[in-house]
Design a protein around this ligand. Sequence first.
Ligand code: C2E
Ligand code: MG
Ligand code: MG
Ligand code: MG
Length: 277
Amino acid sequence: YVAKESGDRYLRYREEYDSASDEQARLGAELRTALDAGQFRVYYQPVVELPNGRFRAVEALVRWEHPTRGLVAPDQFIPTAERNGLIVELGTWVLRTACAQAARWIAELGDLAPDRVSVNVSARQLNQPGFAHVVTAALTETGLSAERLIVEVTETAVFNGRRAVQTLDELRTLGVRIALDDFGTGHSSLGLLQTVPVDILKVDKSFVSNITMAGRHAVIATALIQVADGLGLTAVAEGVETAEQAAELHRLGYRLAQGYHFGRPGPNLALDLAGPH
Ligand code: C2E
Ligand code: MG
Ligand code: MG
Ligand code: MG
């Protein structure tokens, strides 16, 4: 009886497992079609200066404009694209689109254009052979100067690949800046800083969300800005949703922030260039 029950459980597990991998395969194939059909969009979210809200950079964030399901968030498809390898092609498309857009803003807006555009790069992309050449080609093609580009990587991406550190070095030699995304959420955030060449720490929104209540989050956010300052790195606070959080971050020494309080990701620079009021 025991054996039978565990057998049933196994079967149930198999069924769930199979339908999950079918689902993965289906989504993977759909993503391929979507890329060919031009259904992906790049949205841009402002990164602003504290306390004045002056607009400094934009982060490029991909969306899928699905013909029937509407706008699909990256969390719904990036993991699958990462697993089936499509992320390499999709990521290159995002990179070129964002660089082209940034170059266009500079041509159209001059001094009012964002200084920099930040592009998320996945583990698979970062560790592909010749990634630095992909970046060089995107810059050359679009006429954007390397100093205008930030490549955002996660701690996991840097850890899971031998090539990563060398590639980051190559990018920095070009003049591209490197940001560590979701900083503080990985297994060895501080250890990584001893060896990995970076310029910017994007302090994860989990530390920002409770920052106005004196407690652990505020202590950690304070420690992280001190680490950034001490190492000569730029800190950016992510996920700032309220004026109170912005004020507290500024008080702690943060000079750059990003979040719904300042602007949501959008298809254009629908920005109030004077900042929030
Ligand atoms: P991320 O790079 O950490 O980007 C920040 C995410 O936080 C974005 O979610 C953004 O919309 C969201 N966000 C911004 N401000 C706030 C706020 O005030 N509150 C809250 N709760 N959220 C805020 P999004 O656009 O859904 O992207 C999710 C993740 O998907 C990104 O996290 C990034 O890891 C990944 N991603 C997005 N675009 C790309 C891409 O082109 N390539 C790769 N490889 N990954 C991407
Ligand atoms: Mg990011
Ligand atoms: Mg982040
Ligand atoms: Mg994230």
